[in-house]
Every structure is written in structure tokens, then in C-alpha cells.
Design a protein around this ligand. Structure first.
Ligand code: AKG
Length: 391
């Protein structure tokens, strides 16, 4: 479990915090230790009825997150890495450029729905801004990047499944979809899919926030109403480059983060722990948890294949938050259209891993729908994230 260079990364990170270096070092070390003591990690286990082992759901509900170990095998990780390398070659050199470095059309250049989100290296572009409905209430420390760092770099890719078949196949993972069913019901609905790109020395911070927007004052409010994200890790995740969370905060309703920071005496919110895990592990993270990540001042990359799921009742006929796409009402037809990617994910996975038993999605069964992953399906995913179920 110890990450390679784990202590060196912590030292490198602390060194970027000036007078706060000692406090940052202690925060990282103590947070790591506390995270490793929590009883919320292990392989995916189903009981004899095919349901998720109850103790796993209990721990998830208690802390608001669970680390599933060893979910993606080395073949699958290699597929993702190959896709990532190809994607990076297609990134525009500067925000808004229509071509990549080699002069070919840039990734997303022909998309109307949002794709790449950029930041200055080690910046915190969302913190303290009105972006994403102003949910990132404070700005985190923006360490100084190396002189040879690029001026701007992509740190989020929205609508990622239209660009990466390997990520689409993770989305179709039968055990993960079964877990989505257990938490959100057999008729669960998608949310969105993204890549978080945290290259060492470059990767931006994502300031403390809770993800939900629309349901904080709902009569039906509960800890699951804004859904959850799976965060599959391509290289693992550490105290330095990973997401930090405040365990149990998914039950608290809307939290005043500015007040938490003030009470903690710094941006190092007391009681938080990092999501620490290895390559191939998948974290399930309640969207209502207070969470965020610091700029990646360590030596290791973190790439998260993020994919979220909702209860149908949380999205059906609801006016969206407009956080990830234009705000719109999610009627049954829109949800059905947005759910097609589940069918394509399941079939793309079946083609690559024929020895697995594919997941059966109840709404497709009820409606007699069947999806085949092929070139036509691929084209149909263009701009699919314009229908993200953002709440
Ligand atoms: O991966 C990160 O650094 C941030 C993730 C996050 O904020 C989210 O998934 O809502």
C-alpha cells in the first residue's frame, strides 16, 4: 500500500507552503495515517444472494466514501493509459485552439458541449469564484510552479466517454453498475463522466466543496439525494495528489465551508482525510461530502476516471443545476437518451472482456432496449454530455 516516494512527495509538497510548511507536512502525514485506519476499504464482495456485502454499504453510509481495491486489472489499466497518451496528443496547446501540437484537429474542437477545463499550473481556478454555482467558497493556496511549466494546462475533461473507449468500458463494469443499483435502485440514472488530470508540478487544486446544488432544501432531502461518484484511479491516489474528504459530512446538509476553514485556522480543514489508494482501485464518494484536492506539488500523477450515478427520483422532471451544461428539465425522454451510454458501456466491455457476465440494466430490460457498440454508436456519443444530469 505505501505509495512509491510517499514521504519524498510529502516533503516536496510541504516545501511549497512557505511558513506553513511544517503545518502542511503534519497535516499530510496525520491525514494519511487516519485514512488508513478507517474500516472502509477492501475488494468488492457480494453475498450469496448477489447483493453487496452489507458491511460495505454500512461503512459507505457511515463515512460517505469507500475504497474498492483491485477493481481494474493490469490489462484494463494499460488500455486506459494508452487512451490517455493518445488523448493528450490531441489536446489543444492553448485554451480555445482548434488544432493540437501536430496540426491535426484538437480534441473537442468540433464539440458544442464543454470539454476541457484549463488552469494555470498549480492554480485553483474554481476556488472563491462564482463558477459552478459558487460552490467552491474559498481559494486554496496556489503554489509557484516551475519556470518551465506551461502557462495553462487542462485539468478536467468533461464528456470523457466520447473520447476514450477504455473509460467507456470502465463505465460498463458489471460490479460497479451493480453497486450503483444497490445504492440508487434498479432504475438508477447517470450523472456525468469526467477525467481529473493532476500531473505532478502542474495539476490544479479543486477547492473544498460539496457537489450537490438542487436538493439541499428538498422535503425529501437525505444523504443520497445528490448521488455519488466512482473515482477509478489509473496511478493511485495519495495525500499529496488525491482528493481529501470530511468523513460523515454527507449527512450534514449544506455546510458553510468558509466557516470550517476559519474554525480550522487554515485551509487544512480539521478532521479531513485523503483518499489513499493504489492503481486499479475505485473509490465510491458521496457527492454531498465536503471534499477537495490541493495542487499536485508531488512527483506522481493522479488521473481519476470519474463517473457518477443518481437515483431516478433525484433527476426525473427536475430542473438541472446548469453546473456542467446548460440548465434544463430532465424529462423521461432526456434521461432515456442520456442512459444510452450505459448500454454502450456494457457492450463495449462485453466485446473487450467476453469472459465477464455483463450487467443487465433494468430500464433496458423493461423497455426492450439493446445496445451495440460500433462506429455508429461512437458517432452518436458526440456532445452526449450536453445531457449531463447535473443536480
Ligand atoms: O479529483 C479531484 O481533484 C476533484 C474531484 C471532485 O471535486 C469531484 O469529483 O467532485
Amino acid at each position: 500500500m505505501p505509495q512509491p516516494h510517499y514521504r519524498d512527495c510529502i516533503e516536496a509538497c510541504a516545501a511549497h507552503y512557505g511558513d506553513d510548511a511544517a503545518a502542511m507536512r503534519a497535516y499530510l502525514l496525520e491525514g494519511h495515517d487516519r485514512a488508513m485506519q478507517l474500516d472502509n476499504r477492501g475488494p468488492i464482495v457480494f453475498d450469496s444472494n448477489g447483493n453487496l456485502e452489507p458491511s460495505i454499504l454500512e461503512a459507505y453510509r457511515k463515512y460517505g466514501f469507500y475504497v474498492f481495491t483491485g477493481v481494474l486489472n493490469s490489462d484494463e489499466l494499460q488500455d486506459i493509459e494508452a487512451d490517455l497518451a493518445a488523448l493528450k496528443k490531441r489536446f489543444p496547446v492553448n485554451p480555445g485552439d482548434k488544432v493540437a501540437a501536430d496540426g491535426t484537429p484538437a480534441l473537442g474542437a468540433d464539440c458544442t458541449a464543454p470539454t476541457l477545463v484549463w488552469s494555470k499550473p498549480l492554480g485553483d481556478p474554481l476556488g472563491g469564484s462564482s463558477l459552478a454555482n459558487g460552490r467552491h467558497q474559498v481559494k486554496l493556496h496556489e503554489p509557484k510552479a516551475a519556470d518551465d511549466a506551461p502557462e495553462m494546462a487542462p485539468f478536467i475533461l468533461l464528456g470523457s466517454l466520447q473520447f476514450s473507449e477504455a473509460c467507456l468500458r470502465v463505465y460498463g463494469h458489471p460490479q460497479l453498475l451493480k453497486i450503483a443499483e444497490e445504492v440508487n435502485g434498479k432504475d438508477f440514472a447517470p450523472f456525468n463522466e469526467t477525467l481529473f488530470i493532476k500531473e505532478p508540478g502542474i495539476g490544479a487544486a479543486v477547492s473544498w466543496h460539496q457537489d450537490g446544488t438542487t436538493h439541499w432544501n428538498s422535503d425529501r432531502f437525505d444523504e443520497d439525494i445528490h448521488g455519488f461518484n466512482f473515482m477509478a484511479q489509473v496511478y493511485g491516489s495519495t495525500a499529496v495528489n488525491g482528493v481529501w474528504v470530511l468523513p460523515g459530512s454527507h449527512k450534514l446538509g449544506k455546510v458553510d465551508i468558509t466557516e470550517l476553514v476559519t474554525a480550522s485556522g487554515s485551509e487544512r480543514i480539521q478532521g479531513t482525510v485523503p483518499l489513499v489508494c493504489d492503481a486499479g482501485d475505485v473509490i465510491m464518494c458521496n457527492r454531498q461530502l465536503v471534499h477537495g484536492s490541493f495542487a499536485n506539488t508531488g512527483f506522481e500523477p493522479r488521473i481519476t476516471v470519474n463517473m457518477g450515478f443518481h437515483r431516478r427520483s433525484s433527476v426525473l422532471d427536475v430542473m438541472g443545476a446548469g453546473t456542467h451544461n446548460d440548465a434544463q428539465v430532465f424529462d423521461d425522454a432526456l434521461i432515456a437518451k442520456r442512459s444510452e451510454v450505459i448500454g454502450y458501456g456494457i457492450d463495449a466491455r462485453r466485446q473487450r472482456f467476453p469472459e465477464e457476465t455483463p450487467y443487465v440494466y433494468q430500464p433496458f430490460l423493461e423497455r426492450g432496449l439493446d445496445y451495440t457498440w460500433n462506429e455508429a454508436a461512437k458517432s452518436s456519443l458526440h456532445d452526449y454530455n450536453a445531457l449531463d444530469l447535473s443536480i
